[in-house]
Design a protein around this ligand. Structure first.
Ligand code: 5U1
Length: 676
């Protein structure tokens, strides 16, 4: 018996509701309901469909991962060829592109040509075909003429709508974009794969491409994939707007996800400004990019410009310097860090990568070294992404010379010859020498004087290593009796730099409790935890005397960190160091933790801080906000009430602007907090 009309209606209503909430969550990044409510709607739909299996349709939100594994990939011909992009590797090449554009359009070179600009994602290109609003095919680019049918896999990606929303979408829509694995998902995926012994991905691009080429969609469904669409290949049944930027906005209205960092810019100068802004924000963007793309915005101009072989004359990719290069491993050494951790480091034949010359790359830990099986003499791929320490990504096994040998974990510390200990289940092996080990001592001092700790301006690693080597600074307190004359005779020093350092040492005596706690280098107590401890207890004596249970009451402090803090203060040697530092004049103002009220003018308001503030540290700004009853969060979302930005603010500012979150410059923030 056919299901009653009321049930059909109810089903469609539920599906539309779920599609709407998918859109709010995935495309707009602005959910309207909590996850639990969404799950309830989904369960309701599943139950109804179970009762009425004859009503299940392929575009139902329940049908993402339903398909059985396929035997092999079908080749599909693209309805319209998928183009590639010409590249520009310098501003000169970008200027040449703009010159060609204006000259073909018979415009003056300074004519205000508008370009639609967006980041160039490092993922896998995809074509999605919608017929009457329903996703019917997903295909890889392949050779541009035909690709592989990966419909079963693209259906599992939550941010790809199975059905378009709104009413006025075309009867046939073929849209192109990039499927990518966000950085956070990539890191988490690899971390998990390492613990389960599964294959890890070399980079997010391979992760995206590899995930799309799974025969079993259940495997793809477990990969954290996402999409941004950037081009319409074909649209039948609607007249598209006259500019590319308006088309992107329309795609978003139809439920497709477009990049929030897209902008409209003018001329070469606008392109260069955009390139630099995205380059500066690159590390903080949640996805990997390898450049930016500019497209002439006006479609009539695009048509006039046409194509050259397989690339349009109206678009270009402006690439960032390569982040991966090949080089040869000349040696493998073990570096000893502040906590004694031994890190294998590959000494490399110098290679220019990511804009700098690299001659050392980390191998992380002994397990990673063995997993990648890196040997002296190997040709390897080195990666340097932004400020991240360069790493050896993989070995090119075909190029391995004869007679190479595996590297083993040393039994003794290469610096102080103390025993190397690796606790069961720990990836990290450590030197057991503690502060007897000059390497640990030097690293502890480097941390102590670093910018976010005591901020002794100008006191660099080389100077500290020399001071440790001559046994002049065995403990941080001894930094405070360094004299100008003895500093001036050190390598690469002179009277002026020595005087500057002595002044910086003096200035660092006046500090804050959170900086001081961070400077002590307690394991797992980073900047944020130190700030939380300071805000919670208000003074050092209370922290020194706090029990593990009391410490666990601090935001972000779990049992492991709490016991590390307790163990640190149980150690008489550490208490001596603290007393000596205070005797040397290190001081701060205690705060009254009770002064941080539950209620205040900022109650219920969430702030995000970004960029460099000139008149206060982030911790100080955070404390101010907390004192007025507000909360500080690390990331921007629709729930953010204010974004406070300093100099060199990056993607958080862009995101806040695109989400229409109120933004405050440092001076506006100061005015708001009443000049505190
Ligand atoms: N962001 C972006 N990436 N990308 C790649 N836009 C873009 N456009 C492309 C390609 C291949 O081609 C268009 C010219 C269709």
């Amino acid at each position: 018996m056919p299901a009653p009309v009321a049930i059909r209606k109810n089903l469609e209503l539920l599906r539309d509701q779920i599609r709407h909430h998918n859109y709010r969550y995935h495309v707009l990044d602005d959910p309207e309901i909590p996850d639990a409510e969404y799950d309830r709607l989904m369960r309701q739909l599943q139950a109804l469909e179970q009762e009425h299996p004859e009503l299940v349709s392929a575009d139902s939100p329940t049908q993402r991962v339903g398909a059985e594994p396929i035997q092999s990939f079908k080749t599909v011909k693209h309805r319209v060829p998928m183009l590639s992009l010409e590249n520009a590797f310098s501003t000169d090449e970008l200027r040449d592109f703009h010159r060609r554009v204006t000259s073909r359009l018979e415009l003056d070179i300074d004519a205000p040509v508008q370009y639609a600009a967006e980041p160039k994602l490092d993922g896998a290109a995809i074509s999605l075909l919608y017929e009457n609003g329903v996703l019917v095919r997903g295909a890889t680019r392949g050779d541009g003429t035909s690709g592989e049918d990966v419909t079963h896999n693209v259906r599992t990606i939550d941010s790809i709508p199975l059905r378009l929303i709104g009413r006025k979408y075309p009867s046939v829509l073929e849209v192109r974009g990039e499927i990518f694995m966000p950085k956070a998902g990539f890191t988490a995926y690899n971390a998990n794969a390492r613990t389960t012994g599964e294959k890890t991905f070399v980079n997010p691009r391979n992760a995206a491409a590899g995930s799309l080429r799974q025969l079993d969609p259940k495997l793809t469904a477990m990969r954290p994939l996402d999409i941004y669409v950037y081009y319409v290949g074909e649209a039948i049944g609607v007249t598209l707007p006259p500019t590319h930027s308006e088309i992107l906005n329309l795609l978003q209205e139809w439920g497709l996800k477009v990049c929030p960092e897209r902008r409209l810019v003018q001329g070469v100068s606008g392109c260069v400004e955009y390139y630099e802004a995205i380059g500066a924000a690159r590390d903080s963007l949640p996805y990997e990019i390898d450049g930016v793309v500019y497209k002439v915005d006006n479609l009539a101009m695009q048509r006039e410009l046409g194509y050259v072989s397989r690339a349009p004359r109206w678009a270009i990719a402006h690439k960032f310097p390569a982040q991966e290069e090949m080089t040869v491993v000349q040696g493998i050494e073990f570096q000893v860090g502040r906590t004694g951790a031994l890190t294998p480091v590959a000494r490399l034949a110098p290679v220019f990568v990511g804009g700098v010359t690299v001659s050392n790359a980390t191998l992380h830990n002994i397990d990673e070294l063995h997993r990648k099986d890196v040997r002296v003499g190997d040709t390897v791929i080195v990666r340097r992404a932004g400020d991240v320490i360069p790493e050896v990504v993989s070995v090119i096994r075909q190029r391995r010379p004869d007679g190479t040998r595996r590297t083993h974990l040393p039994k003794k510390c290469p610096v102080c010859a103390s025993a190397v200990i690796r606790e069961k289940g720990e990836a990290v092996a450590r030197c057991s020498g503690g502060l007897y080990c000059p390497a640990q001592r030097a690293e502890a001092l480097k941390h102590f004087v670093s910018r976010k700790a005591m901020d002794v301006d100008g006191m660099g690693g080389r100077l500290i290593e020399q001071l440790v080597a001559i046994d002049r600074t065995k403990s941080p307190a001894e930094i405070y009796d360094l004299r100008q004359e003895e500093l001036a005779v050190m390598d690469r020093m002179g009277d002026k730099s020595a005087a500057n350092i002595v002044a910086a040492i003096e200035a660092s005596k006046s500090t804050t409790l959170s900086r001081f706690l961070y400077a002590l280098g307690i394991r797992d107590v980073g900047e944020a935890t130190a700030a939380n401890l300071a805000a919670h207890f208000g003074n050092l004596a209370s922290i020194e005397g706090a029990s593990v249970e009391e410490l666990e009451g601090v935001a972000d402090v779990g049992p492991v960190v709490a016991s590390r803090i307790r163990a640190f203060f149980n150690e008489p040697h550490n208490l001596d160091v603290i007393r000596n530092l205070q005797k040397a004049g290190v001081h701060w103002e205690d705060s009254d933790p009770q002064a941080i009220p539950a209620e205040g003018p900022f109650s219920g308001k969430t702030f995000v801080l970004t960029g460099t503030l000139s008149g206060m540290t982030r911790d100080e700004a955070k404390l101010l906000i907390q004192k007025l009853g507000g909360k500080v969060s690390g990331s921007v979302s629709k729930k953010t009430d204010f974004l406070v930005f300093g100099e060199n603010a990056g993607s958080k500012l862009t995101k806040a602007q695109s989400l229409e979150v109120s933004t405050l410059s440092e001076s506006e923030f100061r005015a708001l907090v009443g000049g505190e």
